[in-house]
Write a protein that binds this ligand. Structure first.
Ligand code: ZN
Length: 137
């Protein structure tokens, strides 16, 4: 099952407000929306470029995954998200191919998506997310 597009690229940031200003200047685009995802302990901000978004991620919890990422590696590229038509099917196909999953089941993400992460150790050090529109399910 092939992904349909790169849905978004996630970037871990210390200050959402500061990075929104930077990315507005870099891209010449206005931030589309800010959304908190309590499940992932993040506040997110989106910029839309074609069928792809830039997703800035700021932690809302010092113990959250984005805080721990920034502590270890500093701000920067965090994950790449590929859109698929059926997340459940994609997860089982990926697992059957011997790839380690972080999320065995889809969970709610930002911007109307269900999401699931693969383990970076199974993807050349890159954190990969698969996502689908929530109304698919
Ligand atoms: Zn994401």
């Amino acid at each position: 099952m092939k992904p349909t597009n790169i849905e978004h690229i996630g970037i871990a940031v210390r200050s959402l407000e500061e990075s929104i200003r930077l990315y507005e200047a870099i891209l010449g685009l206005k931030c589309q929306k800010i959304e908190e995802v309590s499940d992932q302990k993040v506040r997110t901000a989106f910029f839309k470029i074609g069928t792809t978004k830039i997703e800035l991620l700021e932690s809302t919890d010092p113990e959250g995954p984005i805080s721990r990422f920034i502590e270890k590696r500093g701000e920067g590229l965090h994950h790449i998200a590929f859109k698929v038509n059926s997340l459940k099917d994609k997860l089982s196909a990926t697992k059957n191919a011997g790839i380690r999953l972080i999320d065995e089941e889809p969970r709610p993400g930002a911007d109307g998506l269900n999401i699931a992460f693969l383990h970076p150790a199974s993807a050349s050090g890159v954190l990969i997310e698969f996502c689908e529109n929530r109304e698919n399910r």
